[in-house]
Design a protein around this ligand. Sequence first.
Ligand SMILES: [Zn+2]
Ligand SMILES: [Zn+2]
Length: 346
Amino acid sequence: MSIKQTICPRCGKPSEEGLCGPCRLHEIEWVTVEPRVKTIMCSTCGSRKVGSTWSDCPVDREVLGRSLVIDGIRFHPDIKDPAVEMEIRELSSNRSQAYITLSGECYGIPKTGKYKTLIIWGKEQCDRCCRISGSYYEGIIQVRADGRRPTEWENRRSAEIAYQAEDDAQQGGDRLSFISSLDVSKDGVDIVVSSLGFGQSIVNYLSSYFGAKSTSHPKLMGEKEGRKLYRVTWSIRLPRIVRGDIIERAGSYCQVTGSDGTTLRTRDLISSSPRSFREDETVRVIGNIRDAEQAMVTHREGLTLGILDPKTSIPLEIAAPKGCLTQAGGAVSIFRDGDMIIVVGY
Ligand SMILES: [Zn+2]
Ligand SMILES: [Zn+2]
C-alpha cells in the first residue's frame, strides 16, 4: 500500500500536489462584488437605457435590481457550487441596498461571506417620451370616403387598425412608432403619426382592408444633418360602394358581394342570382347589410310573406326572394328604401 503524499512548500502541511488548499485559497480572490451598480430608467414610461439605447423594460424594479447586482458578482472560476442569497431594501426612490450572502466551495474548503451593493436608479426622459411630450409628428393620415361620409363602423375600424399597428410596432421593438393623436369626426378619421415608415404601414393596412385608394403629399420641412426632413399628408379615399352595401339600379335591388373599383359583383335580392355591372352614377346606395332590421313572419302564401313592421308593428305583405323558405313564426332581415321594404336575409 502506497499513499502519494507531498508537503505544501508554503506552510509545510500535507498537500496532494503543490500548495495546500488553504494556501491556494490565500492566493486568489474567491469572489468580487461591485459595491455600486447603476441603471437609467425613464421616469414617465419605465423604459431602460443601456449604453445610449433605450428599450422597453418589461420586468419590475425588484427583478431588474437583482439582475444588476448579480451582473456585478464575479466568482473565481475554481469555485464550485456558487450560491447567491439576496435581500433588497428600498432606501429612496433612486437608491436601493442589496444585502448579499455568497457561498461556494474552493479547493475543498467551504467559503461564505456577506456583501452589500448599492443600486442607483438614474432617471431621465426617454427618446419616446421626449417626442410624445413635444407632440412630435412626421405625418397625418386622413381617412375620408368618396362621395359620402364614412360610416361609424368605418371610422371605428380605421382607429382599431391604426392602434393595432401601433401595438405591433411597439411589441416589435420599434419604440419611436406611435400615434401622436387620433381624431374622429363626421368627415372621417385623422391619424397623426410619429414616423413616416409607421404612417406608410398604417396607410397600407387601411388601403388593403377597405380596398381604398390613397395618395401622399410630402412637404419639405427643412434639413437636419444633411438629410431632408419631410412631413407627409396621406389621403385615403374609402370607395363610394363597399361590400355589404344594398344598392338600387334600374329599379332592382342588389347586395354588393365584391368590387374591384370599376365592376361591382352583386346578388339580386329578388332572384338571388349573381349580377355584375359597372359602378357608375346610376347605382344608388341605400345602406349596408349591417344595418338590416329583423322582422317576424306572420304568414306566408306562395312568394308573399306577411310580416310585422318592426318599427310600427303594422302588418305588411312583401315579396319573398327566390330560395327563401321562411315560414310563419320565423324571421327575415329587411331593409327600407322609402316605403319599399326588401328582404335582404332569411
Ligand atoms: Zn499550505
Ligand atoms: Zn419614456
